[in-house]
Structures are given as structure tokens and as C-alpha cells.
Design a protein around this ligand. Sequence first.
Ligand SMILES: Nc1ncnc2c1ncn2[C@@H]1O[C@H](COP(=O)(O)OP(=O)(O)OP(=O)(O)O)[C@@H](O)[C@H]1O
Ligand SMILES: [Mg+2]
Length: 269
Amino acid sequence: MTTAFVAEAAAIHPQIGPEGANVRINDFNLWYGQKQALFDIALDIQRGLVTALIGPSGCGKSTLIRCLNRMNDLIDGIRIEGSMTLDGADIYGAGVDVIALRKRMGMVFQKPNPFPMSIYENVVYPLRVDGVRDRATLDATAERALKGAALWEEAKDRLKESALGLSGGQQQRLCIARAIASDPEVLLMDEPCSALDPIATSRIEELIDGLKGHYTIVIVTHNMQQAARVSDNTAFMYLGRLIEYGQTEAIFTTPKLERTQSYITGRFG
Ligand SMILES: Nc1ncnc2c1ncn2[C@@H]1O[C@H](COP(=O)(O)OP(=O)(O)OP(=O)(O)O)[C@@H](O)[C@H]1O
Ligand SMILES: [Mg+2]
């Protein structure tokens, strides 16, 4: 699609508003050096639901999701304007404890990144960092998190083995277990299935379905079928802007904007 992009206000469907929002993004702008990557993003992410972020490569999905738990803090030359809040508290407020924030907002990446240690130690890692040493607490957390991540049956007899011996799909479920071990409110997933085969992917999708309600989930995906299957709400981004945001069914069946329609039907991107 080569038509010139004319920025206009995002089409936010009226079904989604600030009530029920766990995370609120307001007038959010971001620059990498001189280059602006996010423009005036306003997005209310609903508590306990799955929100999919879709849009062509380079449109700012990872940038936005990484801002939520301040993973971008480490990048030189970054500048932001606007606000993001979690339960009404400013994510970028003075005195925010970033480590504590990241525990409340767990993150799962594209490529599974288990640590080179045992399955058990991977899962209880967040508690170790906190200095928890009580064996019963660690054991209970490992079991709860592995069950939550639908890995317990496969892992319970090999907890002391290296996590690197797990399959890719198992490793990704282990990373989800590690993320939920600290009992976060929000789970951020950036293309969590893109390195997995279809069977491992469908296990992760089932898992996401089981986790919602308890957690607020934001998932970036390039797979339209996946967005349609797993999410309640979908936000479509293009060139650093939010274009349309609504209930997933409406976005996929009756989008308000031509550009959304073109993207979801595969005409560009
Ligand atoms: N660390 C960085 N420094 C400079 N520019 C960056 C950096 N990270 C991302 N960008 C730029 O910001 C824009 C948005 O990138 P981002 O990775 O957020 O896109 P994306 O939607 O996640 O893309 P993809 O679907 O390919 O993962 C792109 O133009 C990218 O080149
Ligand atoms: Mg990305």
C-alpha cells in the first residue's frame, strides 16, 4: 500500500473505556534519538482480559509493550512524553521501584530465554532474587507456577535437570512459569509463539486462555488467526500510531477503518 499516510484520530470503539482499565496509556510519544517511534498513543487495557497488539513490522508494538514495564529505560537516547499508569499509579513517576514494577508486569519474549540453571531454579528465580530461602515456600511456588503454565506434568520428575534440555515450546512455558512465579497482575508477551511449531503454539494459546481472568494479558502477534483466537480486544497500530481499537470480533468482522480492514485481510503488512 503506497497511499500517503494521513494521521487522524484513532478509531476507539465505544465498548472500551476507562472503566475496567488496569493499564492506561495517555498521549504517549517516544523518540529514539531524533526519530519518533510512537505518536500520541492512548489506550485503555482492560483488567483480566487479553489485548492483542497487531500491525506491520516496525509500527512500534515492541516499543510500546516494552515501555509498560520500563524495559526501554536501558536504551540510550530515548525520550518519552505522556503517561502510562498501572492501577492509577504513574509507571514513570518519581520514585517508582522499577524492579518491583517488573514483578507486577511480567514479560515473555519472542525467543524463550530460560537461564542456564535447573528447571526448578528458573521458576523460583524471582523469589531467590528477593532472598526467599524457605524450602516449602519455594517448592509451593514452583509447583503453582509450573501448573499455571501447564508444564507441571512434563517437568515434575525432572525439576533438577537443566532448563536448556527442554523443547522450545516447553522452554516458553517455563518462561511463562517464571513470569507468573512472582504473581504479577499483568503479563506482557511479545510474539511468544513465533519461534514455536503449531502444536506448541496451540498449547501456549490454551494456556493464555486459562490465565486470563487472573492476569491482564497483552500479546503482540503477527498472526491474525492467533489474535482472533486468543484476544478479547485488539489494537491495530501503524507507523507508530494507534489506528483502531475495539473488541476483537468487531475489529475482525466490522472494522471502522479501511486501513484496518486492509491489514487484517492481508492486503499489506
Ligand atoms: N533501540 C532502538 N533504537 C532505535 N530505533 C529503534 C530501536 N528499537 C526500535 N526502533 C525503531 O522503532 C520503530 C518501531 O520498532 P518496534 O521494534 O517497536 O516495531 P514492531 O512493531 O515491534 O516491529 P516487529 O513486528 O518487526 O517486531 C522501528 O522503526 C524501529 O526501527
Ligand atoms: Mg516487535
